[in-house]
Design a binder for this molecule. Structure first.
Ligand SMILES: C[S@@+](CC[C@H](N)C(=O)[O-])C[C@H]1O[C@@H](n2cnc3c(N)ncnc32)[C@H](O)[C@@H]1O
Length: 289
């Protein structure tokens, strides 16, 4: 059943979640060419986190190349691939992984649409360089014809009632009444200890980060795949918006938590930070909330 659903590239499966504790190169073998509308992930950064062994940067790039090749094969012709990346740091030297990996995606013929800056407020305080407070998402497409639902991710305009003050449109609203383009700089809190989505995973996605990508780059019923799925945040973002989620992770404990979270979500019991919720600001009364 799972195998046929995984191999089908046409039919919407009757289940909406396919998740396994499995190495991604093995999991992807069972997925059909061109079957995924969105591939969104955050791979390990080769930083000796609990779920990885530190290896040479050259070997890390080779490993990434193998799974990227599979993802390009799986990507639908009008689909998007979003690789969320931070820094690899070795002996105090910083290697921005988006710069390191960009040539691999180009070698496979993908086209960059945006390099989204994800800005967040919390993290380690550095003493020998500035503290890192952003990571990036490289958004690639396979072709020039790709799904982009801007209206579904518009954010409130700063001055919604602003009108043209001269010319033929004088007196008419100057902005889009549906809101403005969210831009390529996203302010979304990262999942640290007081975040309502926090699990034992040291580096989980905030669900709202993936939600924006799902809404913009897929339609209802499309397939979304995360090859490094961790505790299932991408799957939750997908099924929340009636897409089908696929994911794998090599760590059994993360997959167990992912299944638990998906179950809670389906029962309506999973706490999620709502998309677009105002960010806590200690300078404002009540944190501005
Ligand atoms: C940065 S974390 C991703 C976390 C995820 N975005 C979430 O919200 O939970 C990277 C994940 O990749 C997993 N991983 C590492 N190598 C893998 C492989 N070869 N196949 C599948 N998963 C792998 C790790 O166990 C880890 O959970």
């Amino acid at each position: 059943m799972m195998k046929s659903a995984l191999q089908s590239s046409q039919n919407v499966a009757d289940q909406d979640v396919f998740i396994a504790c499995e190495d991604n190169l093995s999991f992807t073998k069972r997925l059909a060419d061109n079957s995924m509308k969105l591939i969104v992930t955050s791979p390990p950064y080769n930083m000796a986190k609990a779920y990885e062994k530190k290896i040479s940067l050259q070997y890390y790039i080779q490993c990434q190349k193998k799974i990227i090749a599979q993802c390009v094969r799986l990507l639908h012709p009008t689909g998007s691939l979003c690789w969320q990346l931070g820094n690899h740091v070795s002996k105090g030297e910083v290697f921005p992984l988006d710069m390191v990996l960009y040539p691999l995606f180009k070698d496979y013929g993908l086209k960059l649409r945006n390099r989204i800056i994800w800005h967040f407020g919390h993290g380690l305080h550095c003493t020998n360089r500035l503290s890192g407070r952003h990571e990036t998402i490289l958004w690639f497409t396979k072709s020039d014809k790709y799904t982009f639902n801007l209206d579904s991710v518009r954010v409130p305009s700063k001055y919604p009632n602003k009108k043209h003050f001269k010319g033929p449109n004088k007196g008419k609203l100057s902005g889009n009444p549906k809101g403005k383009n969210p831009s390529d700089v996203w302010e979304i809190p990262n999942v640290k200890s007081n975040h309502c989505e926090k699990t034992i995973h040291p580096c989980q996605f905030p669900v709202e980060l993936v939600e924006r990508l799902v809404l913009a780059m897929t339609d209802t019923g499309d397939r979304v795949f995360d090859p490094f799925v961790g505790v299932g945040s991408s799957i939750i973002a997908a099924i929340k918006h009636h897409r089908i989620g696929y994911g794998c992770d090599t760590e059994k404990q993360y997959i167990e938590i992912a299944k638990e979270r998906i179950g809670q979500f389906k029962k309506g019991n999973l706490k999620l930070r709502p998309m677009g919720k105002v960010i806590y600001d200690p300078a404002l009364p009540g944190g501005g909330q």
